[in-house]
Design a protein around this ligand. Structure first.
Ligand code: DSN
Length: 404
């Protein structure tokens, strides 16, 4: 007989407790945030904005959204913030609808070089509705080549330049991007989904005042609920709000808005700064330990929460590595590396991130242990005894750092 959903949810709790997640885009939202997400606000409809709703009964929902807006604006140092986007992709859609007409030219980072689907990939609405020109990283250094991006912007004269990435281990120079966009007469949109927690935690420069619009999901380094925000300069506030509702979305998820408000409040606290600093320390400790074990890190290291590894010298593909590590209880994702000659279904690399393990309380010494476990599996991915020994090590380690 098929298992009940109740049982499956228990199974998932257990899976998360007993494995080490190194998925760079995942995190563990604290219990009060999960509680708000499952609260009775889930039952409410409130299309519109506070004091301008299309439904009655929004006394509480209005205050909740106003609180999220007030703290969110402060946190992101923004003139204006919209806290209603359901997630990153609808948020990007609203931004493009506000700033461009279909057929307009835009520039974004290509997915195989570390960008996101919504930054102009041809299978995504962004690549279908707009003429996206894609920039990438330098083939030798793996770093963004700002001079080349500037030249491309001069040639293609995009209406929008998107900066931000999902698999770029280094800081993004928002100031330089701002100058490039200004010279080209383009709006600068910064997608900070991956690094939002690092930014507000003092580990990465802020995108404002260089960007015109900033988009972030709230569930990655920020440690909030599944969702997104759009922050922007005052002059774009009305266009962004109109594009979110009624342009792209219907009723906001008020339960998630409450969880976002809590997430922003948490991120204002001094302990969040310590958490963000620990993320970077952990990522750098993991990077150093992996390098000692002869792993080839794209850009030679990291100054963020993530690491991108080229596995070519290890004689294993990204998919094989993801599968073998998964069997041992270490969960991460296969990933394209810059100029990858393999397919996205079985690329040459893997991506590792430390937000989850940092949320569990792990520190530099556990990162060294994790690097050793990864090396054991990658060296002998088909050895049942190695996989089972590492699985036992993972179990012992995760028991010491339970998810609260
Ligand atoms: N899927 C997210 C990531 O893993 O980076 C981006 O949407």
């Amino acid at each position: 007989m098929a298992k009940s959903i109740k049982q499956l949810l228990k199974d998932e709790d257990k899976r998360q407790q007993e494995t080490i997640s190194l998925i760079a885009s995942e995190n563990i939202a604290p219990p009060e945030i999960r509680q708000a997400a499952g609260s009775s606000l889930m039952n409410k409809y409130s299309e519109g904005y506070p004091q301008k709703r299309y439904y009655g009964g929004n006394k509480v929902a209005d205050v909740v959204e106003q609180m999220a807006v007030a703290v969110g604006r402060k946190l992101f140092r923004a003139d204006h913030i919209n806290v209603q986007p359901y997630s990153g992709t609808p948020a990007m859609m609203a931004i493009y609808f506000a700033l461009m007409k279909p057929g307009d030219t835009a520039m974004g980072m290509s997915l195989p070089h570390g960008g996101h689907l919504t930054h102009g990939h041809k299978v995504n609405f962004s690549g279908k509705l707009y003429k996206f020109v894609q920039y990438g990283v330098d083939p030798d250094s793996g770093l963004l080549n700002y001079d080349e991006i500037e030249t491309m912007a001069k040639i293609f004269k995009p209406k929008v330049i998107v900066c931000g990435a999902t698999a770029y281990p280094r800081q993004i120079d928002f100031q330089r991007f701002g100058k490039i966009a200004k010279k080209a007469g383009a709006y600068l949109v910064a997608d900070i989904s991956h690094i939002a927690g690092l930014i507000v935690g003092g580990q990465h420069p802020y995108p404002f005042p260089h960007a015109d619009v900033v988009m972030s999901t709230t569930h990655k380094t920020l440690r909030g609920p599944r969702g997104a925000i759009i922050a922007c300069k005052a002059s774009l506030a009305a266009a962004i709000d109109k594009a979110v509702f009624p342009g792209v979305q219907g009723g906001p998820h008020d339960n998630i808005t409450a969880a976002k408000a809590l997430c922003f409040q948490n991120a204002m606290k001094p302990e969040f700064k310590r958490y963000a600093a620990q993320i970077v320390k952990n990522a750098q400790a993991l990077a150093r330990a992996l390098q000692k074990l002869d792993f080839n890190l794209i850009t030679g290291g990291t100054d963020t929460h993530l690491i991108l590894i080229d596995l070519t010298n290890k004689n294993i593909t990204g998919k094989e590595a993801e599968t073998a590590l998964g069997k041992a209880g270490i969960i991460l994702n296969k990933n394209m590396i810059p100029n990858d000659l393999r397919s996205p279904f079985d690329p040459s690399g893997i991506r590792l991130g430390v937000p989850v393990v940092t949320s569990r309380g792990m520190k530099e010494s556990q990162m060294e242990q994790i690097a050793l476990m990864i090396a054991k599996v990658i060296d002998k991915p088909k050895s049942k005894s190695v996989l089972s020994a590492v699985k036992k090590e993972v179990a012992a380690c995760t028991k010491k750092f339970p998810i609260k």
